[in-house]
Design a protein around this ligand. Structure first.
Ligand code: ADQ
Length: 470
C-alpha cells in the first residue's frame, strides 16, 4: 500500500466502538471489521452516529479509540430518536437495504423516512465540515446510509476529495427504478469523485441507472460518469479482511485451547464432523435456506445423524421488524430440527445467539470441518474470507453461495445455490466426503488468493485511485 499522508475522515452510520456499561466495545459487522485496522495504522477521524450510552455533553462527542491503545479519534453524532428511527431503521434499512438486495416483498416506504434521511445526511456533512473547515482533506463516506452527503460537502468545501464505498449490491435499473427518490440519490452520489462497489457488475448496474435516469455521460468501459461539469470515477474494489491477523490468531496455542473448550461446552461428539455458520441474524444471509438444507441432509443421509453437528452463530443486530419475525422463524426451525433428529445426548444444531470475539471465531473456523455461507444476495461476505484465512490445518471446506460477492473471486470454494435445497443438501454430503488431499488443494487455492488480496490491498487500491484522481 502506498503511503497516504492526507487527512483522512471516515464517515459511517455505525460507530466502530460503542459505550456499554461505561466500557467501550468494538462493534460487530463487516465495515468495522474491515476499517478499524486501517484507522489504527493510519490515524485520522471516524465520524458516526452515536449508538451506545448517550453522552450528556451535547450533540457530538469525541473519544480516542481503541480504548486500550488509542490510535484515532471517534466523533459520535447523537441523533434525535425520530430521526434515528426514520433515517436508519426506515429509509436505510426498510427501504434501501431490501431494494438493493432485491428482496422486493420486504421493501417498505413512508414519507417521513425520506425527510429524516435528507436531514441526517446534512447533519453528517456539517459534522465533517466542522473538522475540515476550508482545508483540504480526503473524506471517505461509507455505504447506503449516506448517499446525499457528498453533494453537501462539495458545495461547501471544493478542496475536499470525496469518495464513497457502497458495501451492498447495486441492483439493475429495473429494480432501482422502484425508488421514488432515485434521481436525488443518483445526483447525490455523483457529487463523489470516486464511487467504489465490490463487483464490476454492481458498477455496470449503477452506470446504467445514471445513464437512464439522468442522461449522464457514461463511459461504461473505463468507468467514468460525467454529469453537470463533474466527473465521477466508478470502480470495483472487492473488500477483504486482515488475512495475517486471522492466520496468526488461528494458529496460536490459545486457539487450540479455545476450540477444545468449545467442543466440551457444546458437547460435540469427539469423532464427528462439525460445520459452522457465522452471520448477523439477517434475512439476506439465507439462514432459513441453510437450515432447510440441513434438515433435508439429515433426512436424505441418516447415517450422518450424530456424525455431523452444525454450529450456527447468529448475532441479532437490528431489533426491529422484519428482523424480529425472522429471528422467530430461524429459532423455530432450529428447534424443529433439533426435536426431529436430536437424541438424548446429541443436538444436530448448536445455536449461539451472541457475539464472539474474532479470536474465538478464528479458533472455531480452524476447528470445524466446513463453513456455510448461504446468502441469497450479498455485497461480498467477510465471513467467507475469515474462514479461509483461519485454515491452519488446511482441512476445511467452504460452501459458498454463488450470490455472495465473495464467490466471484475466491478460487477453491464449493459454490452452492441456496434456493436449490436438494443440491445444497447434497453439497454438504459431498464436502464431508471429499478426500483430505482434495480439500487441501482447494483450500490452498483460496488461501493463496486471499493472502494476495487482503484488506490492506483493498484500502491501498482505493487510496491509490484517490491519488490518481487528485
Ligand atoms: P455485513 O452484512 O454486516 O456487511 P459481512 O461481510 O457478512 O457483513 O461480515 C460480517 C462481520 O461480522 C464479519 O466480520 C463477522 O466475523 C462479524 N460477525 C458476524 N457474526 C458475528 C458474531 N456472532 N460474533 C462476532 N462477529 C460476528 C456489509 C455487506 C457485506 C460486505 C460487508 C463489508 O452486507 O456484503 O461484505 O459490508 O463490505
Amino acid at each position: 500500500m502506498s503511503p497516504f499522508n492526507g487527512k483522512l475522515v471516515i464517515v459511517s452510520n455505525r460507530e466502530p466502538y460503542v459505550r456499554r456499561k461505561g466500557k467501550l466495545e468494538k462493534t460487530a459487522g463487516g465495515l468495522v471489521s474491515a476499517l478499524d485496522p486501517i484507522m489504527q495504522k493510519n490515524g485520522g477521524i471516524w465520524i458516526a452516529a452515536g449508538s451506545g450510552e448517550r453522552s450528556p455533553v451535547g450533540d457530538s462527542t469525541k473519544t480516542t479509540v481503541p480504548p486500550d491503545a488509542p490510535a484515532y479519534v471517534q466523533k459520535s453524532i447523537w441523533l434525535k430518536e425520530a430521526y434515528e428511527n426514520n433515517y436508519y431503521h426506515g429509509y436505510s434499512n426498510r427501504f434501501l437495504w431490501p431494494l438493493c438486495h432485491m428482496t422486493l416483498d420486504r421493501v417498505f416506504l413512508r414519507r417521513a423516512y425520506w425527510s429524516a434521511y435528507k436531514k441526517v445526511n446534512s447533519l453528517f456533512a456539517e459534522a465533517v465540515l466542522e473538522e475540515t473547515g476550508d482545508e483540504p482533506a480526503v473524506v471517505w463516506l461509507q455505504d447506503y446510509h449516506l448517499s446525499l452527503c457528498a453533494r453537501d460537502l462539495k458545495e461547501k468545501n471544493r478542496k475536499l476529495v470525496v469518495l464513497q464505498f457502497w458495501h451492498i449490491p447495486w441492483p439493475p435499473h429495473d429494480i432501482f427504478r422502484i425508488c421514488p427518490q432515485r434521481k436525488e440519490i443518483l445526483e447525490g452520489l455523483l457529487a463523489n469523485d470516486l464511487i467504489g462497489f465490490h463487483l464490476d457488475s454492481f458498477c455496470q448496474n449503477f452506470m446504467t441507472c445514471v445513464d437512464r435516469e439522468l442522461g449522464a455521460g457514461v463511459d461504461f468501459k473505463e468507468g467514468f460518469v460525467h454529469y453537470k461539469g463533474h466527473t465521477t470515477r466508478v470502480k470495483a474494489f472487492p473488500i477483504s479482511i486482515d488475512f495475517e491477523w486471522f492466520a496468526r490468531s488461528a494458529s496460536s496455542p490459545k486457539a487450540r485451547r479455545t476450540w477444545e473448550r468449545f467442543r466440551k461446552t457444546l458437547k460435540l461428539p469427539q469423532d464427528g464432523y462439525v460445520g459452522v455458520g457465522v452471520d448477523r441474524l439477517e434475512y439476506t444471509k439465507g439462514l432459513i435456506k441453510r437450515l432447510e438444507a440441513i434438515d433435508l441432509f439429515f433426512t436424505k443421509y441418516p447415517r450422518y445423524r450424530r456424525r455431523f453437528t452444525f454450529i450456527q452463530i447468529a448475532v441479532p443486530t437490528r431489533k426491529v421488524e422484519p428482523y424480529l419475525s425472522y429471528r422467530e422463524k430461524v429459532e423455530a426451525l432450529v428447534a424443529k430440527i433439533n426435536a426431529h433428529y436430536g437424541e438424548a445426548d446429541w443436538e444436530p444444531i448448536k445455536y449461539i445467539d451472541y457475539k464472539l470475539s474474532h479470536d474465538d471465531l478464528a479458533a472455531i473456523y480452524d476447528g470445524v470441518d466446513l463453513a456455510v455461507v448461504s446468502s441469497i444476495y450479498d455485497g461480498m461476505n467477510l465471513v467467507a474470507k475469515e474462514y479461509i484465512a483461519s485454515q491452519v490445518d488446511e482441512k476445511g471446506v467452504l460452501l459458498l453461495s454463488e450470490f455472495a460477492g465473495a464467490a466471484e473471486a475466491i478460487p477453491g470454494a464449493m459454490l452452492i445455490n441456496p434456493y436449490d435445497t436438494e443440491c445444497f443438501a447434497d453439497a454438504i454430503k459431498q464436502a464431508l466426503q471429499l478426500p483430505a488431499s482434495e480439500k487441501q488443494k482447494m483450500i490452498r487455492a483460496s488461501i493463496a488468493y486471499l493472502r494476495e488480496h487482503d484488506i490492506y490491498r483493498w484500502v491501498g487500491d482505493i487510496l491509490d485511485e484517490v491519488e490518481r484522481l487528485k
